[in-house]
Write a protein that binds this ligand. Structure first.
Ligand SMILES: NC(=O)c1ccc[n+]([C@@H]2O[C@H](COP(=O)([O-])OP(=O)(O)OC[C@H]3O[C@@H](n4cnc5c(N)ncnc54)[C@H](OP(=O)(O)O)[C@@H]3O)[C@@H](O)[C@H]2O)c1
Length: 286
């Protein structure tokens, strides 16, 4: 099976390459941060996308590339829609030209967080520009492709050369720096390796539709941070609980965007990992 991965220089893209079966053929792509295993493909450039996809003819595109800085999206609205919305449309159109399947990595932020523990069929109501532009990607995907899947993840983490929430916490606590963490935002932190494994499974089992491929927990950011400290033997006393009111961020955040992941187990036959299981795997692989 041949895969084309966008966002190959990012956290999830890199972990997809790391966990892929040996007999898969992978073509991984970047935009401005090349790695030794990636080729250039700017997803906002329709011609470039079409050229690259027609050249490599993958069976499946796993589309991870995005403008992921949630607060920056509030300042650079056009860019956010160009990458997250139209970039996804460009890939879906190119995939359709060669009859490829496309799996789009989306986000728990498509929900407004009023209820939490969301199922795939629940109504969305994205709050900020990042969330709205990622949802636009979901719409364009379904508009232009006839063979699509959406894999929604939440607070991705894992080993990568750029910091993510978990590696930032580990670094801060290892340097004995106190950190302020919100107690009232709840989600389903997702180990990138585990999400990557399930995305390959969606491809292998040729599934279509929406899947919540997130961590198997409904947990506050504060409790998750305490679990990180516990698993990595770090000083929990450095973690200060704060509320969202005290910890002001530019973009609006859903209060409880946790995802119900039972469909993955039911349809793919594999349960998603809990954060305790994933953090242990992460610690073991350091
Ligand atoms: N991180 C999270 O907590 C989180 C939570 C929910 C959902 N997600 C979703 O999960 C996916 C993967 O996230 P991640 O954290 O692994 O991402 P990441 O580490 O921030 O990497 C983003 C990737 O997107 C690429 N990219 C940006 N603009 C591009 C463009 N115009 N053309 C082509 N590539 C472009 C970047 O390439 P260059 O580096 O070469 O520019 C990079 O490889 C994203 O779709 C994101 O929306 C993430």
């Amino acid at each position: 099976m041949k895969f084309f991965i966008t966002g190959g220089s990012g956290l999830l893209g890199e972990r997809l390459s790391a966990v892929a079966d040996n007999d898969y053929e992978l073509i991984s792509s970047h935009n401005v941060n090349p790695t030794e295993n990636t080729i250039k493909c700017d997803i906002t450039n329709k011609q470039e996308v079409e050229q690259v996809i027609l050249k490599y003819e993958p069976d499946v595109i796993i589309h991870c590339a995005a403008m992921t800085n949630v607060d920056l999206c509030e300042d650079e609205i056009d860019k956010a829609y160009a990458i997250n919305g139209n970039g996804t449309g460009n890939l879906a159109k190119a995939a359709e030209k060669i009859g490829a399947k496309i799996i789009y990595v989306s986000t728990d932020f498509v929900f407004d967080g009023k209820n939490g523990y969301y199922k795939e069929e629940d109504s969305v109501n994205p709050l900020g520009i990042y969330a709205k532009s990622k949802y636009d990607g979901e719409i364009q995907l379904q508009q232009y492709s006839n063979n699509w899947a959406i894999a929604r993840v939440s607070v991705l983490y894992g080993w990568h050369n750029r910091p993510n929430f978990t590696t930032w916490v580990i670094n801060q606590l290892r340097q004995n720096n106190p950190i302020n963490i919100v107690t009232d935002q709840i989600n389903s932190p997702t180990f990138a390796d585990n999400a990557a494994e399930i995305m390959f499974e969606i491809a292998k089992q040729d599934k279509t539709g929406i899947f919540h491929t997130a961590g198997n927990d409904r947990i506050s950011r504060y409790d998750f941070t305490k679990k990180i400290a516990e698993e990595f033997n770090l000083n929990e006393d450095l973690i200060n609980p704060v509320t969202s009111e005290e910890f002001v961020q530019k973009a609006p955040r859903p209060m409880d965007s946790s995802l119900n992941v039972s469909k993955v187990e039911k349809e793919l036959g594999i349960p998603m990992e809990t954060c305790s299981e994933s953090l242990r795997r992460m610690a073991d692989s350091e």
